[in-house]
Design a protein around this ligand. Structure first.
Ligand code: NCD
Length: 355
């Protein structure tokens, strides 16, 4: 299979991110030049989890490029409800389309899909793991709002344990010099160990703080996230963490005049509505940048052979992934695979380190 996939934004180089950011800017300024560039091509959107922005911005992007779309946004209306495996669904749909965009509740699902697909697969979110096209959206947004991706003080606030958008964003921003992260969460909702390791090995600064008030005055960017009810193992765990971080006008009064408030959306209650009209609120513009970012990505993936798949690891005798949310626990035909780096082994699907 010759497909080239985008499972993790780090599958492609910083130079390629930069080219995508520049292409997205050009498409935004000259949309007519890109009309019809994907005529005759079909993109399938396989959404096993709810979505508004990611799904519709991908669909709008393909339609604006002149392509067609097929797919489902409710697996209950597809043969998934009859027990069809991920492998079979992907194998079949990839025979009907030129590109698959997939969102799935299980971590590592996009990687698993890419192993059986005849066409390129884009990860549109795999459980609490990664969300590379949201990060591409965020890089386009930050380039526009800040003019630079380096030397920024970035607060990430809320559910940064299960928040896949934050994981992908941190992995990406660690590639640029001088960025410092303020991790604003409850001890229960802190970032996973592998993300901490990415920060420490890249040399990016990182501070753990408990409240927005403590650090808001220092930030250039505040990336708010929703406490994701659907990711918690128990309702009690969710109840303990909901409503802890709310950005209101009082807290915002301590922030810099050029702070950029970002949010992948949907918002529940973590940003007060009154802030929407503040010039520092970037989240609605961010969602529009997402469509241009995805237009750029679709074009590059369909027109040029620039995306290269990351190498796959090796099985380890008797080893199984310890992450209960890993796709290997529900799609049992998947071969166990672990990559070895610095003496530690991690699951090739969901990045969880073996103990
Ligand atoms: C996020 C997601 O689905 O991970 N939204 C998005 O893609 N724009 C964040 C969320 O659901 O809270």
């Amino acid at each position: 299979m010759n497909a080239h996939h985008l499972i993790d934004l780090n599958d492609i180089s910083v130079e390629q991110w930069d080219a995508l950011i520049r292409l997205a800017a050009d498409i935004r300024l000259n949309p007519r030049d890109y009309m019809g560039r994907c005529r005759g091509r079909i993109m399938a959107t396989l959404f096993y989890e709810p979505s508004t922005r990611t799904q519709m911005s991908f669909q709008a992007a393909m339609l604006r490029l002149g392509g067609e779309i097929i797919g489902f946004d409710n697996p209950g209306n597809s043969s998934v409800s009859k027990g069809e495996s991920l492998k079979d669904t992907v194998r079949i749909v990839s025979g009907y389309s030129d590109l698959i965009v997939m969102r799935h509740p299980q971590e590592g699902a996009a990687k698993a899909a890419s192993m059986y697909s005849l066409c390129p697969v884009i990860n549109a979110g795999d459980g609490g793991h990664l969300h590379p096209t949201q990060t591409l959206t965020d890089l386009v947004t930050l380039s526009n709002e800040k003019g630079s991706l380096s030397g920024l003080k970035i607060g990430v606030c809320g559910d940064i344990k299960y928040g896949r958008t934050v994981h992908s964003l941190i992995k990406a921003m660690c590639k640029f010099s001088g960025n410092v992260f303020y991790l604003i969460s409850t001890p229960e909702l802190g970032v996973p160990g592998y993300i901490k390791e990415v920060m420490s090995s890249s040399g990016c600064g990182c501070l753990e703080v408990n409240s927005l008030e403590e650090c808001i005055g220092e930030l250039d960017v505040l990336y708010m996230t929703r406490i994701q009810r659907e990711r918690f193992a128990t309702p009690e765990e969710y109840e303990r963490n909901r409503g802890v971080y709310i950005l209101d006008r009082k807290k915002l009064s301590k922030a810099k005049a050029d702070l950029s408030i970002m949010h992948p959306l949907p918002r529940v209650d973590e940003i007060e509505d009154a802030i929407d009209d503040d010039r520092r609120a970037v989240y609605y513009r961010q969602a529009v940048f997402g469509m241009y970012a995805r237009m750029a990505l679709i074009l590059r993936m369909l027109e040029e052979d620039v995306i290269t798949a990351k190498g796959f690891g090796k099985p380890i005798d008797g080893a199984v992934c310890t992450n209960p949310r890993c796709i290997t626990h529900t799609e049992h035909y998947l071969p166990g695979c672990f990559s070895q780096e610095g003496g530690a082994s991690s699951c090739c699907y969901c990045d969880t380190r073996l103990a």
